[in-house]
Design a protein around this ligand. Structure first.
Ligand code: ASP
Ligand code: MG
Length: 416
């Protein structure tokens, strides 16, 4: 069997759904697990619904909700489906003011994937394919770490294998990426952009022959084509190089995707949604490595936090464990670390957890920070390349080795 994953940028409209059908048919519409994200920017829109609900702005929440429903209804009609009878549409926002924000978030934001997969499953069924829709909140078991739920692999594997191995299973299964559920029936989400991770887990559980992520780019490129003019496709990579790329912030695959595949030596393909017969990129144990072209990876929305001991008696070892304990407890994602005799700086993703973490750090350290930063990692750099990358930019910090440069730079449009 194979696993295919389609993201929101691919299934963004009716034409995208028809193209998905074409790709499924090219594969023989056989023994296929199809993992799908929410359509287009639906996840962002649902996040706004949560924010409005939590702020008590009911009118705004409802308007946003109706926009989301209308968007999906328009796609259904274009696909010849009957909204309301083919697909049940939830009129009410599943918000409960008695519950914590993050728990509400998961109940609401998971609707994006539930909607997209129902539309696609019903559409494919009407096109004559043998299809089954799977409700992942009942199949992919997680804990209740809302918005970043941890998957219980043992339970999930057993349930999912049993579902897959049934003799009467249809040829194509349509499943939601990004969402799961707790033992007591609550929906959870796995972290933004988590659908790739779902695809990798399903590939692992079902011993897939391969997993393919269909994207709106030709495959894995050495730079973001929206930023660098001359990008090249990397046709073959090793797992370890792919992990490094995604850890550095390459948006192409979610960082958690590689491990479940590497564990079972399942190759991962990244292929262009618009050109399904193209080879794309292949990531596997026998991939070509190290990557032999310079690779540019931007990690946006960074904040550089610098700590200095209050009494100047800076003992690095002791401070380190305290600092990292705080970082871990506040779920900060560290992208770079630098220390000097009296300071330690960490660059982290600027998430909603940062202000509280800074408060905790201020108990024992003098803390200063700079935000509106990006981290540029260049692998396979040369002095020339580095000079060009630095030109015209404000560099807050740089770390370079012979082959790799990491620059923390001010975002060009930052106003402070
Ligand atoms: N729809 C979710 C998101 O936008 C998950 C995904 O796309 O992978 O974050
Ligand atoms: Mg997405």
């Amino acid at each position: 069997m194979k696993v295919f994953k389609f993201g929101g940028a691919s299934v963004k409209d009716a034409a995208g759904v028809r193209n998905l059908e074409r790709i499924v048919r090219l594969e023989g519409a056989h023994d296929l697990m199809v993992v799908v994200s929410a359509m287009s920017k639906t996840t962002n829109a649902l996040e706004r619904v949560v924010e409005y609900c939590a702020a008590g702005q009911e009118d705004k929440a409802l308007n946003q909700w109706i926009d989301i429903i209308d968007f999906h209804v328009a796609i259904m009609k274009e696909l010849g489906l009957q909204p309301g009878s083919d697909i049940r549409l939830q009129g009410e926002i599943p918000f409960d003011p008695a519950l914590p924000y993050d728990e509400n978030y998961d109940q609401i934001v998971s609707m994006g994937e539930l909607l997209s997969t129902q539309i696609i499953a019903v559409y494919l069924l009407k096109q004559g394919l043998s299809v089954e829709w799977w409700n992942m909140p009942k199949l992919l078991r997680t804990d209740n770490t809302w918005r970043e739920a941890k998957v219980d692999n043992e339970t999930s594997r057993t349930v999912i294998r049993a579902g897959w191995d049934r003799s009467n299973r249809p040829s194509v299964v349509i499943a939601q990426g990004f969402i799961g559920g707790t033992a007591d029936g609550k929906r959870t989400t796995l972290g933004r952009e988590g659908s790739d991770y779902t695809a990798a887990l399903l590939g692992n559980y079902l011993d897939a022959e391969s997993v393919t992520i269909w994207k709106d780019v030709p495959g894995i490129l050495n730079a973001d084509p929206r930023i660098e003019p001359d990008t090249v496709l990397i046709p073959s990579l090793r797992y370890q190089d792919a992990v490094e790329l995604s850890y550095s912030g390459a948006q192409i695959i979610h960082p958690k995707t590689i491990r479940p595949l590497e564990n079972k030596q399942i190759p991962l393909f990244v292929k262009p949604f618009g050109d399904p017969l193209a080879a794309g990129s292949r990531i596997a144990a026998d991939g070509v490595g190290p990557i032999d072209v310079p690779v540019y990876i931007w990690r946006k929305n960074q904040i550089l936090i610098t700590m200095r001991a209050k009494d100047f008696a800076f003992v690095l070892e002791e401070s380190l464990s305290e600092i990292f304990d705080i970082i871990h407890r506040h779920r900060l994602k560290v992208s770079l670390i630098q220390s000097s005799a009296v300071t330690i700086s960490v660059c982290v993703d600027n998430t909603r957890f940062v202000p509280e973490a800074i408060e905790a750090l201020q108990v024992h350290f003098n803390v200063s920070y700079n935000d509106h930063l990006s981290l540029l990692t260049i692998r396979g750099t040369t002095p020339d390349i580095l000079e060009r990358a630095k030109a015209g930019r404000t560099i807050m910090l740089s770390q370079t080795t012979r082959r790799t440069a990491r620059l923390v730079v001010k975002e060009l449009n930052a106003d402070n």
